[in-house]
Write a protein that binds this ligand. Sequence first.
Ligand SMILES: Nc1ncnc2c1ncn2[C@@H]1O[C@H](COP(=O)(O)OP(=O)(O)OP(=O)(O)O)[C@@H](O)[C@H]1O
Length: 250
Amino acid sequence: MKRDLDLDLVLDVRDVHKHFTLHLRGGLQLPVLRGVSLQVAGGECVALVGPSGRGKSTLMKCLYGSYAVNAGALWLRRGDGEGLDLASASPQTWVAMRRREIAYVSQFLRALPRQAALDVVAERRLQAHPAEVIEGADPLDDGPYLAALDTARDAARLLLARLNLPESLWGLPPATFSGGEQQRVNIARGFVEPARLLLLDEPTASLDAGNRRIVIDLIREAKAAGAAVVGIFHDEEVRDAVADRCVHFD
Ligand SMILES: Nc1ncnc2c1ncn2[C@@H]1O[C@H](COP(=O)(O)OP(=O)(O)OP(=O)(O)O)[C@@H](O)[C@H]1O
């Protein structure tokens, strides 16, 4: 389904319902989101606030396509200005949206085993800016791919350095990193490619004060570049520093 969205709106969540079906409990249904609506403009940050277990992370996962909604609409205004209902998007559309339009920083890093931290970050950039396909080029020529990878790695290096991740860790898989180190890799991956919709689930939970300030700056810069940000920030100092308004899940 397509629709024109108001010019400044990036996200328009309309009357979303989501329940989980517990198959091991005889198909018991657990309602989590009951008629949630929210709108977020470009350059705005909306914080989801409320007691534990009310569905804040569930909504984030619906907005990233990890969970399907049972009813309602999730309108996203794409870069080309067209409104797209993510609630009925095909898997291919979700892949494309994740590649270019929607970024998600979850609380915990999920990365491929044995992939170096630098490439965990660079990969997202590379997906948005893959190697140019040159007609008639030798299919065995890795040059264009390596050039695109180099550019993506440069962007990843800049961000990892800004987030104070020691250079000695960049070539190592993050599985054994500390919580705060893993979180910074996750943040770098979320911010390495500008997104129209930025989803942040507790992005500073494991960070020290200095790195929290850097993340606040990154969020502010993303807003200034026009991103619509939806965040869960239990840290009130961070929330106050970046959120324009709160939506309460009571
Ligand atoms: N995959 C799932 N299967 C079954 N129940 C789930 C699933 N994911 C979440 N839930 C349930 O949905 C409810 C909402 O969870 P959610 O993580 O969205 O809450 P939250 O508001 O983000 O909480 P917190 O602030 O503690 O992170 C909880 O009762 C949780 O157990």
